[in-house]
Design a protein around this ligand. Structure first.
Ligand code: G4P
Length: 535
């Protein structure tokens, strides 16, 4: 076992053994492959290749993501649970494209740590950097996996230096690669003084560990060719001199990232990374909420919705709300209070996502992610408790930066379009505004690609070809204030008024000047670029 740091010694063991994390990476760095290997070691799948195969199968079923295949991006997120070495890992998948940052931000509110995967030949790429910044906002601990070491890669010091420079975080090597490209034979485990050798012949084979007694051990020479050994000794000595030693507390605080080198496709380095997540990835953390924080060890159950996914199974038109358990020990069938509506909800069919299949969750502990099928009652940001009025905070809502009009190809299908759009609005996939004057809808998103995804989903899930077109508006502001003041304002500005999917009033315009004017002329009103998720 590795020495770990616990910032919460009083946690019940079932909670303390949970590790809830996400993988952040630039497309193509190896996130899917690494996930596959996690599941392989976690015993969730028998054979590598199934995640991809099943993922493809699911996609062709709901097939909204033809684009995902075409463009090689991952836009649908899910959660997976598996056991490894006494730990329960909950891996929350993050969408991989920058246009989906809304979803990504929210996903990252549900995890306690992130694994950053980089390609050894490419280093820190744009998307990694962006996602890293999001993690930093939350001070999430980050563990780094430098992948594809079986290919020509950059010099190890250069990679580490680039991470330190670009991301402003201390990097400590948890392992050190031996040889590069074709000559790469494995790693020296800096934390356990072991030699891990890669098996190139069998990609699914767990690497062989060779215990050695420090770098002077003559056993090293039996396994490492002379020229590589010389280089290894020199580099490790330099690394120990120049780079900071592992400080588990600093990792927990998000100031230091340990880096493992490996090759996901060759199953190499993955086990060490998983051991590392167990040892240095934090146990479930307290959740910020109003009027008080929720601690994971509290007896009573609390959880919050961080994602809603509709039409996971097109046959059922269901929605699944992904809930991060924040405290307590949940059991299937429990009645929880839906704090926003103050209504009780019997949670009778919660699902756990084991590998890519859903399974009924009989129980869940703080840190777990469960899916709750529902007909739309559960929305992003909602809290479920055993009665206490707690509302989670920190789940961001984003200002729509791009607005477009949308029409059904067949005007007779306007009602269907409305239904589809409302559903996506509730999922948090877009903001949908219905102008007071005229027909049609205006959709607001953060990134251009979201329009294409929406068009594709509406066509596939609702059989409705749609057209997005330029809108006369470019900005949206939510309007709040006393009822009479809002009414007066909407009556005087009808051509600019719309309602969102909750029926809240929104002011649409293309000029900042208009917004300034409203602020000046209607001092009783508040105009905001985002709407808090919580009601
Ligand atoms: P992503 O989810 O981050 O986008 O990456 P993914 O795992 O799909 O990996 C991207 C490509 O990199 C894949 O190749 C994958 O096989 C390859 N790859 C992943 N890990 C390693 C590694 O350790 N070494 C090497 N050499 N390659 C690796 P592809 O050709 O795009 O797909 P495929 O035909 O292999 O499935």
């Amino acid at each position: 076992m590795l020495d770990s740091a616990s910032n919460h010694p009083e946690l019940p063991p079932e909670i303390a053994r949970r590790r809830t994390f996400a993988i952040i990476s630039h497309p193509d760095a190896g996130k899917t492959t690494l996930t596959e290997k996690f599941l392989l070691y976690g015993g969730a799948i028998q054979m590598a290749g199934q995640v991809r195969a099943k993922g493809e199968a699911r996609r062709t079923r709901s097939d909204f993501m033809q684009m995902e295949k075409d463009r090689g991006i991952s836009v649908s997120a899910s959660a997976m649970s598996f056991d490894f070495s006494g730990f329960r890992f909950n891996l929350v998948d993050t969408p991989g494209h920058s246009d989906f940052s809304e979803d990504t931000y929210r996903t990252l509110t549900a995890v306690d740590a992130a694994v950053m995967v980089i390609d050894g030949a490419k280093g820190v790429e744009s998307q990694t950097q962006k996602l890293f910044e999001v993690c930093r906002l939350r001070d999430l601990p980050i563990l780094t996996f430098c992948n594809k070491m079986d290919r020509e890669s950059r010099d190890t010091f250069e990679i580490i230096d680039e991470i330190q420079q670009n991301l402003a975080i201390d990097v400590t090597p948890a392992s050190w690669p031996i040889g590069v490209g074709r000559e790469f034979i494995g790693c020296y485990d800096m934390l356990r003084d072991r030699l891990e050798l890669m098996d190139r012949a069998d990609r699914n084979k767990v690497a062989e560990s060779i215990e050695i007694n420090g770098l002077d051990d003559p056993k090293l020479a039996e396994h490492v060719p002379e020229h590589l050994l010389e280089q290894l000794l020199e580099e490790v000595e330099m690394a120990r001199e120049l780079l900071p030693a592992l400080d588990p507390q600093s990792v927990l605080e998000g100031h230091m990232t340990p880096i493992w080198f490996g090759s996901a496709i060759n199953s190499f380095g993955v086990k060490e990374l998983m051991d590392g997540i167990g040892a240095y990835g934090p146990e479930p953390q307290p959740q910020s909420a109003q009027p008080r924080q929720v601690a994971p060890e509290e007896k009573k159950v609390a959880g919050f919705v961080f994602k809603v996914q509709a039409n996971m199974d097109p046959k059922h038109r269901d929605r699944v709300a992904f809930v991060r358990m924040a405290s307590g020990h949940f059991k299937r069938g429990m009645k929880l209070t839906h704090v926003r509506t103050k209504k009780p909800m019997a949670i009778s069919n919660p699902v756990l996502f084991l590998a890519s299949d859903r399974e009924l969750a009989e129980e869940a502990w703080a840190g777990d992610i469960i899916g709750i099928p529902n007909h739309g009652q559960l929305r992003i940001g909602d809290t479920l408790t055993e009665g206490e009025e707690i509302r989670v905070t920190g789940i961001p809502s984003f200002a729509p930066e791009l607005l477009q009009g949308v029409r059904a190809g067949d005007p007779m299908k306007a009602k269907h379009l409305e239904k589809a759009l409302m559903q996506f609005a509730e999922e948090g996939a877009a903001k949908v505004f219905k102008p007071s004057i005229g027909s049609g809808f205006i959709v607001g998103v953060v990134g251009q690609l979201q329009f294409e995804v929406l068009a594709s989903r509406i066509e596939i899930e609702y059989g409705l070809p749609v057209r997005f077109e330029a809108s006369q508006f470019t900005s949206a502001r939510w309007v709040s204030g006393e009822r009479a003041a809002v009414d007066k304002f909407t009556n005087a500005n009808k051509q600019h008024i719309a309602h969102d999917h909750d029926g809240d009033v929104v002011y649409l315009t293309r000029l900042q000047w208009d917004i300034d004017r409203v602020v000046r002329d209607y001092p009783d009103l508040k105009l905001t670029a985002t709407k808090e998720m919580m009601v």
